[in-house]
Design a protein around this ligand. Sequence first.
Ligand SMILES: Nc1ncnc2c1ncn2[C@@H]1O[C@H](COP(=O)(O)OP(=O)(O)OP(=O)(O)O)[C@@H](O)[C@H]1O
Length: 704
Amino acid sequence: MSVTNGVKRKHDESSKDEKHATKRQRLLPSRRALPIWKRASDIRQSLQQHNVLVLSGETGSGKSTQVPQFLLDCAWCRGKIAVTQPRRVAAISLARRVAEEMGTPCGSSSPASKVGYSVRFDESTSPSTRVKFLTEGMLLQEMLRDENMKEYSCIIVDEVHERSVNVDLILGFLKRLVQKRRSTKRPLKVVVMSATADVDSLTKFFESSNRGSAAVNDIHTSSDDIRKRSLDADESIDSADAVSRCYVEGRQYPVKLEYLGTPTDDLLEAALHRIFHIHCKEPMPGDILVFMTGQEAIQSLQKLAEEYAEGLTKEYPRILVLPLFAALPQSSQQRIFQPAPLNTRKVILSTNIAETSVTVPGVRFVVDTGKAKMKQFRNRLGLDSLLIKQISKSSADQRKGRAGREFPGQCYRLYTEDSYNKLENDNTPEILRCDMSEALLKMKARGIEDVMNFPFLTSPPREALEKALLQLLQLGALEEDGSISAIGRQLARLPLTPSLGRVIFEASRPERNCLPEVIDIASCLSVESIFLNVDTEEIREQAQIARGQLLRRQGDHLTLLAAVQAYAAERSDRRQWAERHLISHRAMQSVMDVRKQLTAQCRAANLLKGLTTQEASTAPDEGKQEQILKCFLRGFSGNVARLCPDHSYKTFVGNQTVAIHPSSVLFGRKLEAILYNEFVFTNKAYARGVSAIQVRWLEEVLEA
Ligand SMILES: Nc1ncnc2c1ncn2[C@@H]1O[C@H](COP(=O)(O)OP(=O)(O)OP(=O)(O)O)[C@@H](O)[C@H]1O
């Protein structure tokens, strides 16, 4: 029997190998047709001679998928290649595509797989992984574990133009690491790339580490002629210290652009109109990718589009509307990559998470609303809030670049050409507009004591750094002398903001003893909202009834806990349970995923010692409820507002008026004081994720 099984397994494996090899062969011609293919030997050669390469090239020219494959066989490349991506959806889809192109299984599916990925709450690699796509946050986590990054021969920082805080930190760390490893047997090679990168500043940034000299090697690539030039004639400069630059010209397929003739105020209506205009006029196949601002706008448009599609006659193809936003569970996100069923057009409604790096197979049309939700640090409040803003030219060009990847495409901008011309060229680096506490904690954990003199590509304002240091001190993550504390080290290892990390840590203390409950709530906070939209008075009343048993008078935190506990306890049909309670089943699946991962991480960090998960499934008594809220207060003591005699709430920090968001269970209530997770500004300032607290708790919590 076992012999037969053994033979069968061998047979299965060899047929799998064959399948992978066939796929590889099938994809080879399209790889060869990519503009970057002709540059392969230049790219290899430049990294043979130099340690840093700044690579720019149009969207779809083949940077993300081909560069790692070009470098794998280089003599210097004995270790792994890391490729960072701003978002998990890109990291996973690129890993899958590159695995197919290389003819190898992906991730942890086989010990022989050469390509893997690592994103928050999901690591999929094998002992044979050579190319690893990972989010910027995950690379930073790896840098905390091994500051020399010994496993890696090359680190590729992709989509560098997005300028997240994480990318800026990575660049600073890499600049030092390249120097540190330059004279060793295994120098580290770094490739920084994007379609819209500021090549000059990046080159200067890496140059200045080269013992003060400026040496640049340009590889101009409009033709086969390679022009190299050294800006510094000093012969003593080691050529490895020079930064090479390469520009890859051209893209495989053209994209036609169309603007609105006159501006519109109603983007939802304009997007709906454009979708159905394309659907009714353009031949099949040809999927549509629409860029919207956020989850709420996407869900509203999805509802409208599905209703509208129902009214179409049978002569038109069917429509499959697929939402895509960060809080969706991974399995739902991956649906956009599957081909549409026969005689059906995919319409993907996405936030900016599909803006860079991804190729969505089948997409011929892009519709761009020109807006995105962005984090912005609000100085008076001392915290980040989400604002809807106009995108930059560079983002608009990236969005356009999602079409024309497999065939010629078309991009419709729902704004005028004049508005496009007035957009900022680039995104403002996040480091200039966001809370710096998470970044500073990572730096401290990596042994950078003097954060003020860290080599930032763009230096954040001194005031922002000071504020972040103060916040870390207040969270207990730093000692009085500015060095990282034991708590700080624990927080740096958790995949959460320092504030939420501190809540988790607080909950693990024996006197609080409520970690499982706090993990449940924190998991919900990683999802934009588990509750379905209640935008009319009528639906709000329905929701009150449907969710009645889950609502807690103390506020949103305990309501979230009740929802997770009830969902987890549901053994028969969780989807139906979610529908009955007007709760998003998809969001709850994500919550359960995160909950599992967070529990494992807390256990690994020794925070969950001696506790069983069963303890979390019982409803907390009043004493425990208070402990849970106090844990949140410990992490978010800056997010407190109190009721004033005029019945408005005013924040403790900044004395700003803030109202309880209509989505909160406390909407319309007057309470002594409130604690909130998030400050959002739409038509006015709102607090979201709100619970009732007592002012006197603050003193107790901060003293502990
Ligand atoms: N999942 C996929 N399915 C089909 N084709 C794909 C897929 N991924 C990549 N491709 C093909 O490979 C080409 C190059 O993709 P790649 O992501 O390497 O380009 P890029 O230069 O990094 O683009 P960008 O700057 O937009 O991220 C695409 O234009 C497309 O033709």
